[in-house]
Design a protein around this ligand. Structure first.
Ligand SMILES: [Fe+2]
Length: 134
């Protein structure tokens, strides 16, 4: 599976959130390497849980800033965040239940989601929020 490489087009214009996104890229890449190296499934499950925790931290920070500056796309943005978190929990449940879902499938989903979201909805708050933060 291809690792995620940060490019300037992923920037949302807010340094704090770019930093968060870069960390999320690295966490997914670490999981890709761990999977390719055939690491212990328990370690991979733990890393996935750490990724989920960091994602929650990041979403809370984004949502708080959007709310603070009354960004009109907040509700739509929160909905997309919540859907992702539910999907991650579903994947974790399926992994725990050994229902045949592969880590590759989960990582492909997560990587795709992160790229789509960072290039999609996250790009909408940047031009708005930077008016207040610069
Ligand atoms: Fe977001």
């Amino acid at each position: 599976m291809q690792v995620l490489v940060w490019e300037e087009r992923f920037s949302v214009g807010i340094r704090e959130f770019d930093q968060h996104h870069k960390i999320l890229f690295e966490m997914i890449n670490s999981l890709i390497f761990a999977q390719e190296d055939g690491r212990d499934p328990d370690i991979i499950k733990n890393s996935l849980e750490q990724l989920r925790s960091y994602t929650i931290f990041h979403f809370v920070a984004e949502e708080a800033m959007m709310k603070h500056f009354e960004f009109e796309g907040l509700d739509e943005h929160i909905a997309e965040h919540e859907t992702l978190l539910q999907q991650v929990v579903e994947y974790q449940d399926r992994i725990a239940a050994n229902d045949g879902v592969t880590i590759d499938e989960v990582l492909n989903f997560l990587a795709g989601w992160l790229l789509d979201h960072t290039l999609g909805l996250d790009q909408l708050y940047g031009p708005y929020l930077t008016r207040f933060t610069d």
